[in-house]
Ligand binder design. Structure first.
Ligand SMILES: Cc1cc2nc3c(=O)[nH]c(=O)nc-3n(C[C@H](O)[C@H](O)[C@H](O)COP(=O)(O)OP(=O)(O)OC[C@H]3O[C@@H](n4cnc5c(N)ncnc54)[C@H](O)[C@@H]3O)c2cc1C
Length: 420
């Protein structure tokens, strides 16, 4: 079987690796370089068991955020029909009932993905700073502490371990945390890594298994003959024939499905990072922490510490709003008042692919035999990368999957083979 994958982010590369491992002839086409999209600068936290972005309270946060440009969850006021439709659909999914439904799939996927990370790192010897020391969600306020404690208790029901820690216990583990931290939660099973290191290393292993990973090749159209997918045409005019095509172009997948008359209600949620290096020889942070009230992830990554976060629904663009970017390190100073002086070595933004129910779309598109979608991973694309690749490989080679992913079918947003 010949398979073409559109997109060389963490999802496309994981699909390429597991398909090649299953003996499939794989060609991955990436329009820029491997891992150049959202994967490049994400926070590097493998956080299995985390709930979807659509959850109770998020709608109120979205509405309030229109007046607060520094809010972690930000919807700038603008007239855009597809965003409005997306927000209405999102609002419908911001219920506890939906979170419970979503966790029935995200739970098993999270456990399986973590096992696959351990396996990949050990077997393939991926040099990406993989560290299995968990992360700490740290709180300044009673409200924040209540929210993270409730979330931890909820995900415990799906088998994800967590420990409540006092402010003093947290300061013992991460001495940079200030006196104003009142407590938090430790997720001991979680891991951290340099996401770009991971994806480039895995891409090299996929090549070793025989996959062709081609950069600078943009998929312009999916070719369909007699109702069946036959391959793709690139922007450069090449035709690449295949028995199946996997669309894994992250937040940029929409034009590819639209050209087939399908709709995918995918909105990009922009996130930013600032990488900092202490100007003295001491490391900035020892442990990976999430600043609960500000939704900022702080991850030590060997040569630097990454401050990453914010969800900004401002469309497909890479414009950096400086106040939002600077907010990352400003927030960090509220939680870590003892940070030594540092310099910023990288500033970046990337687009998370988000569907209105907060779940990814993984599976076959009924209307076009041979067409598959693997995108929409929102805040969990790194976390769910390996299991997504494995499930796509299973689906293409056996027609079934080891985890029930009915809830993720790409055409779930409407009937008749449409994606929305
Ligand atoms: C600030 C920030 C922090 C994050 N932190 C975390 C975290 O800690 N943990 C976690 O699990 N997730 C995190 N995420 C989310 C995660 O980064 C994404 O879910 C994940 O990267 C999505 O991967 P992807 O492969 O679908 O998309 P991308 O990484 O965006 O890759 C898509 C690729 O497709 C290519 N492409 C686009 N169109 C075409 C085309 N027509 N033809 C060929 N190629 C094409 C692009 O160039 C790109 O390389 C974070 C995201 C952000 C922005």
């Amino acid at each position: 079987m010949r398979v073409v994958i559109a997109g060389g982010g963490v999802i496309g590369v994981c699909c390429a690796y597991y398909l090649a491992k299953a003996g499939v002839e794989v060609t991955l086409l990436e329009r820029a370089d491997i891992g150049d999209g959202a994967t490049f600068g994400n926070a590097g936290v493998i956080a299995p068991g985390h709930t979807p972005i659509a959850k109770p309270g998020r709608l109120k946060q979205a509405l309030r955020s229109m007046l607060q440009p520094l809010s972690p969850f930000y919807v700038p006021p603008r007239l855009n029909l597809s965003l409005l439709r997306w927000l209405f659909a999102f609002a419908r999914h911001c219920t506890q009932r939906h979170v419970t439904f979503a966790m029935q799939t995200l739970g098993p996927m999270g456990h399986a993905s973590l096992r696959l990370f351990d396996e990949l790192i050990a077997e393939e010897e991926l040099a990406c700073g993989y560290r299995r020391a968990g992360f700490y969600e740290v709180c300044l306020s009673e409200g924040g502490l209540r929210a993270v404690t409730e979330e931890a208790a909820f995900v415990k029901g799906y088998g994800f371990d967590s420990r409540a820690l006092s402010g003093a216990e947290l300061r013992e583990r991460e001495p940079r945390l200030g006196e104003s931290i009142i407590g938090g939660v430790w997720y001991p099973e979680a891991a951290t890594m340099n996401p770009h290191g991971f994806v480039t290393e895995l891409a090299a292993r996929a090549r070793r298994l025989g996959a062709a990973l081609c950069t600078g090749k943009e998929v312009a159209a999916v070719l369909v003959e007699s109702g069946r997918v036959r391959g793709v045409r690139t922007r450069q005019g090449e035709l690449v024939e295949a028995d199946a095509v996997v669309l894994a172009a992250g937040a940029y997948t929409v034009p590819l499905v639209r050209q087939l008359g399908l709709k995918l209600p995918l909105e990009p949620a922009k996130g930013y990072h600032r990488d900092a290096v202490a100007t003295s020889s001491e490391p900035l942070l020892r442990e990976s922490c999430v600043l609960a009230e500000r939704l900022v992830f702080c991850t030590p990554m060997h040569a630097f510490t990454r401050f990453a976060g914010t969800l900004e629904f401002s469309g497909v663009n890479h414009d950096i709003r400086r106040p939002r970017l600077e907010q990352l390190t400003r927030a960090a100073r509220d939680y870590f008042p003892h940070l030594p002086p540092f310099e910023i070595v990288s500033e970046w933004c990337g687009l998370r692919p988000c569907l209105p129910d907060g779940l990814p779309a993984i599976g076959a598109v009924q209307r076009y035999p041979g067409l598959y979608v693997a995108t929409g991973h929102a805040m969990a694309g790194l976390t769910l990368g390996p299991i997504t690749g494995k499930l796509v490989a299973e689906l293409l080679t056996t027609g079934t999957t080891s985890i029930d992913i009915t809830a993720l079918r790409p055409d779930r947003f409407s009937g008749a083979g449409q994606l929305a």
